[in-house]
Write a protein of this length. Structure first.
Lengths: 121, 139
């Protein structure tokens, strides 16, 4: 679950637990509390692909990016500076899509997410 | 507007589900049936056959409020608008603004997945959100 507070009320997003578990299993995660940078990237890529197929919503991406961001912050060494930016942008989607005056920022965050996905082959 | 919309090559119905062809694949977001039924109930109607324009407006208001709380995603909102679009086209009377809003809402799930179409996504979503504000004073 991910929560955002705003002046117009709280936003609570459901976490796609089942799909997240499937993705982590698919990339060979043995300890769900400790993902490597490569595993974080792979789970991110699977999530964006599911979004592009219509199986995931932008809110699901936001929830998963929030969790992956926590995982990334646990790592002492990181090689890809753009991964943090993409996860940060992704985790903001759920909030910015709900602000009538924040939609330009939403687009910018979504573009960051989709463009970063394209760099992961 | 309606005929142009229905003739759009990226939009079709199949087996009662909305399928949108993107540049790479068709997408089929799930219909939030449980929430939709609840919004109908909250609007005071038991089935789609009994829906009036006022009911549709109340359902839109409930769905947008659900979206703003996080209960519905843009995909969920889009699927509900798509469902209501089919209802609105069968209703007597001509409410162009209502029709425009359900069309705009039903496009959200397609446009949000296309980086080059995100400005249009913003415009469609803004239209839906502004209509919700308009409904505060009219229903």
């Amino acid at each position: 679950m991910i929560r955002y507070g705003s002046s117009t009320g709280n936003i609570t997003l459901h976490f796609p637990k089942k799909e997240y578990k499937t993705f982590t299993k698919q990339v060979g995660v043995s300890d769900p509390e400790n993902l490597s940078e490569g595993q974080v990237k792979s789970v991110f890529a699977l999530s964006v692909d599911a979004f592009l197929r219509g199986e995931f919503s932008s809110d699901d991406i936001a929830s998963v990016c929030g969790v992956l961001l926590n995982q990334l912050e646990k790592l002492k060494e990181k090689d890809d500076p753009f991964l943090f930016d993409a996860l940060m942008a992704g985790s903001e989607l759920g909030f910015y899509v709900r602000g009538k005056n924040l939609l330009k920022q939403f687009s910018a965050f979504m573009e960051t997410v989709l463009n970063y996905r394209e760099t992961l082959v | 507007v309606l005929s142009a919309f229905l003739a759009h090559p990226l939009f079709c119905y199949y087996d009662n589900k909305m399928i949108k062809a993107t540049s790479f694949k068709a997408i089929k977001p799930p219909m939030p049936t449980k929430e939709y039924n609840q919004y109908m109930k909250d609007a005071g109607v038991a089935s789609e056959d009994a829906l009036t324009q006022v009911h549709v407006k109340k359902i839109i208001a409930n769905a947008v409020d659900g979206f703003l709380r996080g209960d519905l995603s843009t995909d969920g909102l889009s699927m509900i608008c798509n469902r209501l679009f089919r209802v609105v086209t069968k209703l007597p009377g001509d409410d162009q603004q209502l029709l425009d809003v359900v069309i705009a809402g039903s496009e959200l799930s397609f446009y949000v997945r296309q980086p080059k179409l995100l400005p249009q996504f913003n415009s469609f979503l803004r239209k839906v959100l502004e209509y919700r504000e308009h409904l505060l004073t009219t229903i």
